[in-house]
Ligand binder design. Structure first.
Ligand code: AHR
Length: 511
């Protein structure tokens, strides 16, 4: 009897692991009308003075002899971020930005005043990583800086001085000071955030009040080529977007921000690694909600700006869980599993779909904080599953969106369901087509048949997958999850068939 049960259980297990879903798609190999570009800037990152993101993450100090560095910035981090091709990096916050006084972070390091990082652990900030350090680091990485200015506790003068300090070519009080501090030529910073989360840590303002403040600050930010971004809505606060679009003249702002985190419950976020399928499902549901959010914020923006001149800038997104046991709760240090790979893949596909309006975005955050692409521990550095998804996907940067119609089967859990497959396609400047596919179902593989409207002769690909959705890289096992060549795609005439394993991300290349 015991043997019989064992046999039956094994049969069931086999059937379950072999169970396949069927999905269909139609892909046009020619761009639609209008022809839309996936801006590389939706692949932006975010570095806040928070926990070990800047200190211990990017920056280990000029005198560090154990960790190879250039002017205090880790060489391994620079190399990894170059490979990732991050197009822009937001700094210094976050909530920290509205407490930051940039003049405290310039000049001789031993003379810089200290401050208390009131939002993130109450630790002492010694200002050793400041404007020069950040902007020079961006040059090293080959990324564009995105400076988030202090509106909540700063002044208009402080911000106009910052703009002059980093951008003014010629002789001025601030450019003189910059030269005295070792930098003759300006950095020419284009991207500027005018405050952060003005509805919360940036000043607890009402949208009407912030819209007025924005107009005031924006007036004095000199330079026509600045891309000024208004502090945007918290997730589904549609009224915030409505008021900003109505009350701020559009020639004064290039973008309106939006923040949305994939979180289960703010007071009970759950472990980053030890989670049930229920919690996995809830996280993915929150991640996929990004599609509805963008659709609704876009509809409001379309009402005031039908020509889509103002961009929607999702400058904070990603998964947010409880911190790793034993770490400072104010440091937001969390591990990164295949669940995060699913968030990254599906979110980027959503951004592609809305690329006409979403022209910039920033994953929160780059190192050791929230959905990080890199984790460090003293000399050691590991790349997370999220890093690998962003790297696989970077072929879409500045490529032309291709029309893709997808009919996905459902990933069901109890009475609830989500589309199992998320997909996106683009054509790069050399005519190469890339298709990114995500199967969020952790139990079922998917057979996808893609009918091509056009001709392709060869398909290759890469896959990121692992046996379980809780799998992650560790300092002991840094390469447990990494992309490998994908053999599950076949071209037969106009049909591309793909066998997508459970909980996997695939990027195909068609020629
Ligand atoms: O990314 C962490 C924090 O989340 C940021 O500082 C803030 O803008 C948001 O609430």
């Amino acid at each position: 009897m015991k043997k019989y049960f064992l046999l039956c259980s094994l049969c069931l297990l086999f059937t379950l692991t072999q169970s396949f879903g069927q999905s269909q798609a139609k892909l046009s190999l020619q761009p639609g009308t209008p022809q839309l570009t996936i801006s590389k800037h939706i692949y932006g990152n975010f570095a806040e003075h928070l926990g070990k993101c800047v200190y211990g993450g990017f920056y280990v100090g000029e005198n560090n002899t154990k960790i190879p560095n250039t002017n205090g910035v880790r060489n391994d981090v620079v190399a990894a971020l170059k490979k990732l091709k991050i197009p822009n990096l937001r700094w210094p916050g976050g909530c920290f930005a509205d407490t930051y006084h940039w003049k405290q972070g310039i000049g001789p390091k031993d003379k810089r005043p200290t401050m208390i990082n009131q939002w993130w652990g109450g630790v002492t900030e010694d200002n050793s990583f400041g404007t020069h350090d950040f902007l020079n680091m961006c040059e090293l990485i080959g990324t564009e800086p995105y400076l988030a200015a202090n509106v909540g506790s700063g002044t208009v003068e402080e911000l106009t001085d910052w703009v002059q300090y980093v951008n003014f070519q010629g002789t001025s009080p601030m450019s003189k000071l910059r030269a005295e501090n070792g930098r003759a030529n300006p950095w020419k910073v284009k991207y500027w955030g005018v405050g952060n989360e003005a509805w919360g840590c940036g000043g607890n303002m009402k949208p009407e009040h912030y819209a007025n403040i924005y107009r005031q600050y924006s007036t004095f930010m000199a330079g026509d080529k600045l891309f000024k971004i208004a502090s945007g809505a918290n997730s589904s606060d549609y009224n915030w977007t409505e008021v900003l679009m109505r009350d701020i003249p559009h020639h004064m702002m290039s973008g309106v921000a939006l923040h949305h985190y994939s979180v289960i419950q703010w007071d009970k976020k759950g472990s980053a690694t030890n989670f049930s399928e229920d919690l996995y499902f809830a996280t993915l549901k929150s991640a996929l909600f990004m599609d509805e959010l963008i659709t609704k914020h876009t509809a409001i923006m379309d009402k005031y700006d039908p020509k889509k001149q103002v961009a929607l800038v999702v400058d904070e997104w990603g998964g947010w869980y409880d911190v790793e046991p034993g770490t400072n709760p104010g440091f937001l240090y969390q591990q990164n599993t295949m669940r995060d790979a699913m968030i990254a893949g599906t979110t980027l596909n959503i951004f592609h779909k809305h690329c006409e309006r979403v022209r910039m975005a920033n994953l929160a955050q780059t190192i050791n904080v929230l959905q990080a692409v890199i984790l460090t521990n003293e000399e050691k550095m590991i790349l997370t599953p999220t890093y690998h998804v962003l790297e696989m996907y970077n072929v879409h940067q500045d490529a032309t969106l291709l029309p893709l119609e997808l009919k996905s089967t459902d990933y069901t859990l109890g009475a609830d369901k989500l589309p199992a497959i998320s997909a996106s396609a683009s054509k790069d400047k050399n005519g190469v087509i890339h298709v990114s596919l995500v199967n969020i179902d952790p139990k079922k593989a998917q057979d996808i048949t893609i009918t091509l409207d056009g001709k392709a002769t060869a398909v290759t690909g890469k896959i990121l997958a692992s046996a379980s959705m809780q799998d992650h890289n560790t300092f002991e096992s840094p390469e447990k999850i990494k992309p490998v060549p994908f053999k599950g795609a076949q071209l037969k005439g106009n049909n591309l068939t793909v066998k997508l394993p459970a909980c996997s991300v695939v990027v195909l290349e068609l020629k």
